[in-house]
Design a protein around this ligand. Structure first.
Ligand code: IFM
Length: 711
């Protein structure tokens, strides 16, 4: 079915788009993400080679992921004039991305006096060689000109909470440029090597934090001067980083790289006949998920902002398990297993966190870094008016996070049938998550049910609430699954297991009101002011204000940040009749700001479950185009949060598969309910893997066909 041959591009240049395009045109291979920035950009324009799983803390600052020195740096001068965006306005500029092959492209034409100077570049983060980035930079002129190209490493990287290097050593040996940097906190050595192939001889120069090859030459008209480089990135943590080649043949490396993408697309491509825009948006989302998927090396997962930089500290959130996991599960279960392994390996960190608050079991980090360390601080937002840190309760009260691990684990077991993950620590993770929720239970004297108090649900605007529907339903799920999967497992006594079962049965999960069908998001929610999202917006004094917290405009109203009851219904549709789901969709959607990129897809999914693809479609598109279109939220209070949104990308896939195609798993086999195709969609088609078998899923207006394929 492979027919993906899509190139996206933006023609023209605007300084205002630099951050958006840096995200939109990201390339990556799971080991690192490279922002879509021009070769000549320096730190203030946010270029980044963001490393997966490498963190550091600069004194007094937030701990965050590390950006490697920029080995892609190139700067051109023509007849003494500096040709650099944004200061030198181009006559023509185009940035492009070949989604099929993960190739970033750029074409810029400048005029210097009478001379036209064109730069064309291409680069890719090799899927075949995870430590390698290859770049081809081609210069041509239409009249003779004196050119100087500086090409090498810029060690002055963009940091949000940095810098992260206590030492930087720039050297050249046998023509290979090298930057060797040591992180402050743990002394991790980050090495970037640059091997270059050039049509002219260059001299090595050091300028500030840059180590460069300087190529000076007289360019003839209509000759293409091709400069190629291999950028090798590794750290002292990498076990596979011994003897890496410093110069790869560009074409050969590209061939191996595109062969990897061909394999990915064979499994991943989604065809939508009748809606090219949606088809592109969904495959674009899939492209991003693949750029950041951990496929090799160490214990890694996927941060909430992918590998687009240090926003949210490069940390891993529940986004991965609840929003991105499904896509990998059905297209590349090895990646799904790696994601689970990250959580299994970081269980000690989660247990330490639970103990810190006096709970039993495992309380997973809200913002997880290596070892499960929670990078989230108690004061995680800065007030826009006073500049003071605001007490937030993300870290200590979003207890639903642990259940996300169990939800993913159970999905993995259902879809792959691979129970080895339980023996490899999955059962221990499940047990400790169940212990955690068990220890949170509260029971009033004289009542025969349990409650969970003082939490923050997915809707973060309402803090410290009791009996949040989503949290309690996920806790019940965890307790039930532990009681079921740990039967006869010596790590759990029968007494404890029965205790989980009893707790699951008696745990209060807010139920639909018999008259209205509405589920109260938490105790007392319906008594809050019923103001509209627009009214709240009109009450803002500063557009960057945080809507939640003690003084937030939403805190005392029913306006939600993101799907909460809707997320519960979306994850457990079998619990409720359609009319209940519909009533709740109609109630909660207008009261939701969709202030998080995680929101739209959950409402879209629920809309499919109530048979309203017309409601689902715009929300699905919002998710799928989150990084494709400009306009994403950039500020949370005074904290910069611009970056890519892989949860929205994964959510879009979930809507297409579970929602529009009606895909589910029944008794270990893929099954489908009535499809809910949006208007104009003649056919939705994609592949899935389930229990080692490959299936072609084809949804039309009438039915969804699931055909087993020979692999
Ligand atoms: O995990 C989310 C959270 O639910 C809302 N704020 C952003 C986080 C990271 O995406």
């Amino acid at each position: 079915m492979i027919h993906l041959n899509r190139k996206i591009s933006d023609v023209g240049f605007s300084k205002d788009n630099i951050d958006h395009l840096g995200n939109k045109y990201l390339i990556g291979n799971g080991y690192m993400g490279i922002r879509g920035t021009a070769e000549e950009y320096t730190a203030e324009l946010h270029p980044a080679i963001n490393l997966s799983g490498v963190y550091d803390r600069a004194p007094g600052k937030w701990r965050e992921s590390v950006n490697a020195p920029n080995g892609l740096y190139c700067l051109l001068h023509a007849d003494g004039e500096r040709l650099a965006l944004p200061e030198k306005e181009p006559r023509f500029h185009e940035q492009s991305l070949d989604l099929a092959a993960g190739l970033h492209g750029r074409r810029t034409l400048w005029r210097v006096g009478e001379t036209g100077v064109t730069v064309e570049s291409e680069r890719f983060a090799s899927m075949a060689d995870p430590h390698a980035i290859l770049q081809r930079y081609v210069v041509s002129v239409d009249r003779e000109a004196e050119l100087t190209l500086d090409s090498g490493i810029d060690s002055e990287v963009w940091d949000i909470n940095g810098g992260h290097f206590s030492s930087v050593s720039l050297t050249e040996r046998e023509g290979i440029l090298s930057a060797e940097c040591r992180t402050i906190e743990q002394g991790i050595v980050v090495t970037v090597l640059v091997g270059e192939k050039a049509p002219v001889v260059g001299e090595t120069v050091k300028e500030g934090g840059k180590l460069l090859k300087r190529y000076r030459f007289r360019a003839e008209p209509l000759v293409s001067y091709v400069f190629e480089k291999t950028v090798t990135v590794c750290t002292s943590r990498d076990e596979d980083a011994v003897g890496l080649p410093t110069m790869l043949d560009y074409e050969e490396a590209k061939r191996r790289h595109t062969a990897c993408w061909d394999r990915i697309w064979y499994r991943s491509e989604v065809q939508i006949e009748g809606d090219d825009e949606a088809e592109l948006a969904l495959n674009y989302s899939i492209y991003h998920l693949n750029c950041i998927a951990p496929r090799s090396g160490g214990v890694r997962s996927i941060p909430a902002r992918g590998l687009s930089g240090q926003v949210y500290k490069g940390a891993i959130f529940w986004d991965t398990e609840m929003f991105m996991f499904d896509y990998f599960l059905f297209t590349d279960p090895d990646v799904a297993k790696r994601l689970l392994r990250y959580r299994i390996t970081t269980l000690p960190g989660a247990m330490e966190k639970a103990a810190e608050y006096g709970w039993r079991g495992a309380f997973y980090a809200w913002e997880s870094q290596e070892g499960g360390l929670d990078a989230c601080t108690d004061y995680n937002i800065t007030d826009v008016f006073t500049g003071r840190p605001v007490r937030t309760y993300f870290r200590d009260k979003q207890v639903h996070v642990s259940a996300a691990m169990v939800y993913a684990l159970v999905r993995y077991l259902e879809v792959t049938g691979d129970r080895s993950v339980l023996r490899e620590g999955g059962n221990r993770m499940l047990l400790e998550c169940a212990r955690f929720y068990h220890s949170l239970l509260v029971r009033y004297v004289g009542r025969d049910f349990y409650e969970i108090h003082d939490v923050v649900g997915p809707d973060e605007y309402h803090e410290r609430v009791n009996n949040n529907a989503y949290t309690n339903r996920m806790a019940r799920f965890t307790l039930e699954q532990a009681a079921c999967l740990l039967r006869d497992d010596p790590i759990c006594t029968e007494e404890e297991r029965l205790g989980f079962l009893e707790a699951a049965k008696r745990l209060k999960v807010p139920q639909p009101d018999p008259e209205t069908g509405l589920i109260e998001q938490f105790d007392g929610y319906f008594r809050l002011e019923d103001a509209s999202v627009e009214t709240l917006r009109s009450r803002l004094i500063d557009p960057r204000e945080y809507w939640g917290g003690a003084d937030g405009v939403a805190s005392h109203t029913q306006v939600n940040k993101q799907a909460d009851v809707a997320a519960m219904l979306g994850m457990f549709p079998e619990d409720y009749p359609t009319d209940v789901m519909e009533k709740n969709w109609l109630y909660y959607e207008p009261r939701t700001e969709h202030g998080s990129s995680l929101s739209a897809c959950m409402f879209a999914l629920l809309a499919c479950y109530i048979g309203r693809p017309d409601y689902a479609y715009p929300l699905f598109m919002k998710s799928a185009q989150q990084d494709y279109l400009p306009g994403s939220k950039l500020w949370l209070g005074l904290i910069f949060i611009g970056g890519t949104h892989p949860a929205a990308a994964g959510g879009a896939w979930m809507v297409a598969s579970r929602g529009f195609a009606g895909l589910s798993i029944r008794n270990g086999c893929p099954a489908a309910s009535k499809p809910q195709l949006p208007e104009g969609w003649a056919r939705l088609r994609f592949r899935i893997l389930c229990r080692g078998k490959s299936y072609l899923v084809t949804a039309t207006a009438e039915k969804t066909l699931i055909e087993e394929e020979q692999t």
